[in-house]
Design a binder for this molecule. Structure first.
Ligand code: 5GP
Length: 194
């Protein structure tokens, strides 16, 4: 998605060879117009997949997931990283090792909002090694929900997550795929032919 790649080039902050921050439009401040475009793009890419719900992870997945939910006309659930005081039992849980924070979190979703009648689109802001998506897949699996696909705003193609998921036959759609962050330079994989 050209608009997103341009934004990443202009505003992305390369922290290391493997980590980029996009605090000005996705990870801290949110650009609602860009999020609306992102929502429309995912809606196109997953048309016909019968998505009934979007499942993401707090916090940076929420904005793009919500705009996609709005465009698709389906609800959005975000897995919590900490158990809330009002959420005790009745939870699906999974372990997720955070690539950026180097810690393992238990993520949870209330059993009230996922069922075996759902076809889930899993979404996140970044895809690196695929830990976050795998945790969300685990939760969808516990609910007996079908996986309709995985939508990622920014995939880092030099890490293994995308490969691992696509090898399982999962439709993974990334709106920008970074090929390299070497020497503080951001380069992208060519966009897929439309
Ligand atoms: P994975 O679980 O695929 O290894 O990593 C994806 C998760 O880690 C995402 O939820 C995202 O929040 C975070 N993450 C991974 N790499 C980056 C990065 O380069 N920049 C930012 N801002 N977050 C990242």
């Amino acid at each position: 998605m050209k608009l997103l790649e341009q934004k990443i080039l202009r505003e992305g902050n390369v922290l290391s060879e493997t980590v980029i921050k996009v605090d000005s439009f996705l990870n801290h401040q949110i650009d609602p117009v860009l999020m609306r475009e992102i929502g429309a793009e995912f809606t196109d890419r997953f048309a016909g997949r019968g998505i009934t719900k979007i499942l993401t992870l707090e916090s940076s997945g929420i904005a793009p997931a919500t705009m996609t939910g709005l465009a698709m006309g389906v609800p959005v659930i975000f897995a919590r990283k900490r158990k809330s005081l009002t959420l005790h039992d009745n939870l699906y849980t999974a372990e997720v090792h955070s690539f950026t924070k180097k810690e393992t979190n238990e993520i949870s979703v209330s059993k009230d909002y996922l069922s075996n009648e759902d076809t889930i689109l899993i979404m996140d802001d970044f895809l690196a090694n695929g830990q976050a998506v795998s945790g969300l897949m685990d939760i969808a699996d516990q609910a007996g929900a079908k996986l309709g696909g995985v939508g990622i705003v920014i995939e880092k193609g030099f890490q293994d997550g995308g490969k691992l998921l696509r090898k399982q036959g999962i439709q993974v759609e990334s709106l920008a795929t970074i090929a390299s962050l070497s020497d503080k330079q951001i380069t992208f994989h060519k966009e897929r032919a439309l």
